[in-house]
Design a binder for this molecule. Structure first.
Ligand SMILES: *[C@@H]1O[C@H](CO)[C@@H](O)[C@H](O)[C@H]1NC(C)=O
Ligand SMILES: *[C@@H]1O[C@H](CO)[C@@H](O)[C@H](O)[C@H]1NC(C)=O
Ligand SMILES: [Zn+2]
Length: 505
């Protein structure tokens, strides 16, 4: 065997084991992630910017409760450098107890800037980037045996995000940072004594942002229920520099060595998501979310109910931002060719004629209404595996010899399903594209009727907005005030929008 072959094996193996190469900068930087990791170009990505207009107050969000976070110093944890971050393994007896499932801890890691860049958080608040961010990763241990089985399931992960700001020194972080020089290079690992992990979190666990998102690193599966605490923790400038300057992204034997810093992903599109918040102090005129029960009623009507019933008041709840949605604009302008493709592949998925008859979903919402198949899937929590979805899409595309469309296609396929699930749980707005898919199986007349209703509701909503803009003191009679119209908003454009909407191709 030639030396060349041995070398190829030696070089190729680390990549084969850890997946394809990716970085934060240069040729393999984040713009290139979707080439090898299509979900990175798909729907519901993280991080996002928590802009005030995306926030919805949800009075039912309880304070986060964590259990067994105070680890005994006799326990050993593994601290490692994976070339992208510094990571501390966590025992699965630590868990979050205030979510619908038990989410057990797996690891925590950091994102940060550099010695010249004191801004390296991934999530941002109205564009403000913090010095760094800590992620405590948990997996759904009610349903999956370990984090690797959970990572690609829609309800697989829950991550606690903590903003890090420069200020007073924080002794809790020294329990970890003091060992950092032991893992300077990629793939180095050491054992360190455990400590009280709760001390790394902010004091208040009751104020947080909540949304459905993804891993912020490849493969970017949209499998994360995000909780980002409102209040940052502080560390000193010296502590920050210890983190930001000590580590290398390259292996010990590599020369030249590559510093490990500025390891944050940039903000991703909201994709019709809303961000639920557990607080409203300091947020002026923020909207509240409609209950999941009401949302279920709306979706059920779209699928099998009388669409005329949705006219007037119901539509306000259905499309909380109907006339202001710029993302919806983009979707409607998408090239026709791609829409055709995606509709063809989705037709069987979304047709109500395809409902399996053995579905056991029972609901108090209306009598004699057949159950849409996916509602049953939602109820029984049948997991959606992103890996198998990805394989399906690749297979489809290879038949059409159009592999380059992969990212867009995945986005199209994954988006409506996640969007709907998320909508039902009050974490997204249901957009026009999703509505079109929901009513695809219905007759032309009914669809036209809904379009008329939508137009009517939208005009009425706009009249109210204009009135309110002239007289900001008018209270809405609906109990769910609409978002205010941005100053540069083009009324002309919005007025004509319904004529461009194609309900059926
Ligand atoms: C954590 O546990 C240790 C004993 O292992 C105890 O001395 C300490 O007070 C605990 N800390 C907190 C904040 O409960
Ligand atoms: C996770 O669980 C699966 C299924 O039980 C098992 O095959 C796999 O080896 C486990 N992975 C790890 C890293 O423990
Ligand atoms: Zn992270």
């Amino acid at each position: 065997m030639s030396l060349k072959i041995i070398l190829i094996i030696l070089i190729a193996c680390p990549l084969a084991l850890t997946g394809r190469k990716w970085t934060y900068n240069g040729l393999d930087g984040e713009h290139d992630w979707p080439t090898n990791y299509p979900f990175c170009g798909g729907a519901f990505q993280s991080p996002i910017d928590f802009q005030t207009h995306l926030l919805r107050y949800d009075p039912n969000l309880p304070p986060i409760q964590v259990q067994n976070y105070n680890l005994s110093t006799s326990e050993q944890l593994t601290l490692g450098n994976n070339g992208h971050s510094v990571q501390l393994s966590l025992p699965s007896h630590m868990y979050i107890s205030s979510l619908p499932h038990r989410y057990s801890a797996a690891q925590l890691h950091f994102h940060w800037g550099s010695s010249n860049l004191l801004t390296g958080s991934e999530h941002t608040v109205n564009g403000k980037q913090f010095a760094g961010e800590m992620h405590v990763v948990h997996f759904n241990s009610d349903k999956y045996p370990n984090v690797s089985m959970a990572v690609d399931k829609h309800d697989g992960l829950a991550v606690l995000g903590v903003f890090i700001e420069i200020g007073e020194a924080n002794p809790a972080f020294d329990k970890l940072f003091r060992f950092i020089s032991g893992v300077k290079y990629r793939d180095q690992k050491i054992q360190v004594p455990a400590f009280n992990i709760r001390a790394l979190l902010p004091d208040r666990l009751d104020q947080y942002y909540r949304y459905d998102g993804s891993l912020t690193t490849p493969p970017c599966y949209p499998s994360v229920l995000w909780t980002v605490f409102r209040k940052p923790v502080t560390i000193s400038r010296k502590q920050f520099l210890a983190l930001a300057t000590a580590l290398y992204a390259s292996f010990a034997q590599d020369s030249p060595s590559m510093p490990l810093h500025e390891n944050y992903r940039k903000s991703q599109l909201p994709d019709n998501r809303v961000v639920l918040v557990s607080f409203r102090e300091g947020l002026h005129g923020i909207l509240s979310v409609a209950s999941p029960f009401h949302r279920r009623q709306v979706v059920q009507k779209l699928l099998v109910g009388d669409l005329a019933d949705l006219a007037d008041e119901g539509l306000y709840q259905l499309l909380p931002k109907l006339s202001l949605h710029t993302d919806t604009d983009k979707k409607l302008k998408r090239p026709k060719k791609q829409r055709h493709w995606s509709q063809a592949t989705q037709k069987h998925q979304w047709s109500k004629n395809n409902v399996p008859s053995d579905n056991g979903y029972s609901s108090s919402v209306g009598k004699n209404i057949p159950t849409p198949w996916y509602m049953g899937a939602l109820e029984t929590g049948k997991g959606m595996c992103f890996v198998s979805l990805e394989e399906q899409v690749i297979h489809q595309l290879e038949r059409y010899q159009a592999k380059g469309l992969m990212v867009e296609a995945l986005r199209e396929v994954v988006f409506p399903e996640l969007n709907l699930r998320s909508y039902l749980h009050c974490r997204s707005d249901l957009d026009l594209q999703t509505i079109r898919q929901l009513i695809q199986g219905r007759s032309r007349d009914e669809a036209a009727e809904l379009e008329q209703s939508l137009t009517k509701a939208m005009l009425r909503q706009m009249r109210r907005q204009i009135k309110r803009r002239r007289n900001p003191n008018i209270k809405t009679t609906m109990g769910h005030p609409q978002a205010t119209v941005p100053k540069d908003y083009n009324l002309e454009l919005a007025y004509h929008r319904p004529q461009h909407v194609e309900w059926e191709d």
